[in-house]
Design a protein around this ligand. Structure first.
Ligand SMILES: O=P(O)(O)O[C@H]1O[C@H](CO)[C@@H](O)[C@H]1O
Ligand SMILES: [Mn+2]
Ligand SMILES: [Mn+2]
Length: 411
């Protein structure tokens, strides 16, 4: 039994999703395109990083082979001849959205079979009666933005007007989401959270997955900065996830980073927040030390997506991967006999792709603690949740199969 440690590298797709064309993402490949850019010198940034992508620990687990399985190509600069020491493979998403909750819920054993509500690519993107109701119930003088946007760009564009008028900034993306940006002190953080609670109730009938509070500080367009006080208001998963099943069986689930928010705080009794991938890694190591037999540690490493994927920042994404890779041995060192460490992702966010949204891709599944070999291409992320459940001794769930049952061990 022992413990399971599940690390989601948010947006770390490896290309090759068979249904990518339905999302306008045919050819998107987060890892492959970062690696190609780095190999061509386009991943260099003074004082940050230089040269081909260097991910020795992920490659030792089988990342290059997993990517080759997903796309038919070894990412440039990674060594496809390394004999993996881990169990490696790729997984496809059957949920219809390429958003964070869909990805994580499916990883936790619950694919999303319904369609989320989305806001159209129009201005205003939000229905007039919705905006009017939110303004009335939350007592705000109106809203700014009201469009599809990148979160950093929109506070630069409307932040000063927001401070002047007190109108919060509303925006969305191709995710099922209403995001509300407001200044932490001029508008007030607690007031922003209260506004999001009001908005959450009012978007329920539209089947919107998340309302997200996006607080920021600074006084001028060029100095505005988003803070770590982001808060997500999600709807709960439609069925019990492996997190619910574990907590019902008396186990502890330690959710590091935004895991609690993503699962609407269901099945995550122990929430640990941290700002930035390195602090998240520190918190994860502590959680690994605290976890008892039968417990799950589930971490979301958000920087890959939020700071680099959506910002279409190749050197930033490459440097974040290298920093993460560098720290993996610290996690390996905390593993005891019977523990399982699974690394995966919830969707892609190719920093070389058009626009600023997620990309539909296969994701890597890399396992430390289950020998060396391959689990092939898994038809659903839910195989991860079912493997976690089986490893921790739970009865079978409704979705997915334990990939360790059909793993092909190296001779
Ligand atoms: O551009 P920012 O505000 O980071 O928004 C991104 O983050 C949201 C939630 O993950 C997504 O909807 C995406 O649009
Ligand atoms: Mn995500
Ligand atoms: Mn995202």
């Amino acid at each position: 039994m022992a413990r399971v440690f599940l690390f989601v590298l948010d947006s770390f797709g490896i290309g090759g999703a068979p249904d990518a064309g339905q999302f306008g993402d045919a050819g998107a490949d987060t890892l492959g395109h970062i690696a190609a850019a780095c190999a061509a010198g386009a991943g260099d940034r003074e004082g940050l990083r230089k040269g081909p992508l260097a991910l020795p620990n992920l490659t030792a687990l089988g990342l290059a082979r997993a990517a080759e399985l997903a796309t038919g190509r070894v990412p440039e600069g990674l060594d496809g001849n390394v004999q993996p020491r881990g169990m490696w493979g790729a997984a496809e998403e059957i949920s219809r959205g390429k958003d964070t909750p869909s990805g994580h819920w499916e990883i936790a054993g619950v694919p999303v079979s319904f369609d989320w509500g989305y806001f159209p690519h129009e201005i205003p993107a939000f229905p007039a009666d919705l905006l009017e109701k939110i303004a009335r119930h939350a007592e705000i003088p109106g809203t700014l933005g009201n469009c599809h946007a990148s979160g950093t760009e929109i506070i630069e564009r409307f932040g000063e007007e927001h401070i002047r008028t007190g109108k919060p900034i509303f925006y969305t993306s191709t995710d099922s989401v209403l995001q509300i940006a407001a200044h932490e002190t001029h508008f007030g953080l607690e007031r922003l959270y209260a506004l999001c609670v009001v908005a959450r109730k009012l978007v329920d009938p539209l089947n919107i997955g998340r309302v997200i509070a996006r607080p920021f500080t600074g006084e001028t367009a060029s100095t505005f900065q988003r803070t770590g006080n982001r808060r997500d208001y999600s709807v709960p998963p439609p069925e019990p996830t492996v997190l619910d099943r574990l907590t019902e069986a008396g186990r502890n689930v330690i959710g590091v980073g935004k895991i609690g928010d993503i699962f609407a705080h269901r099945g995550v009794p122990d929430v640990r927040k941290a700002n930035g991938n390195m602090a998240l890694f520190d918190a994860t190591l502590q959680a690994m030390k605290d976890a008892r037999d039968g417990d799950l540690v589930f971490t979301n490493f958000v920087d890959f997506d939020m700071l680099y994927g959506h910002r279409r920042d190749v050197p930033g994404y490459a440097a974040a991967l290298e920093a993460f890779d560098h720290r993996l041995p610290e996690a390996f060192a905390l593993m005891k006999a019977g523990d399982l460490l699974v690394l995966t992702a919830d969707h892609g966010c190719d920093p070389t792709w058009r626009g600023t949204d997620h990309t539909r891709e296969r994701v890597p599944v890399l396992v430390h603690g289950a020998g060396a070999g391959t689990i092939g291409i898994r038809p659903t992320f839910a195989d991860i949740g079912e493997t976690v459940a089986a490893h921790l001794g739970l009865p079978r769930g409704r979705h997915g199969t334990n990939f360790l049952n059909d793993a092909v061990q190296n001779a």
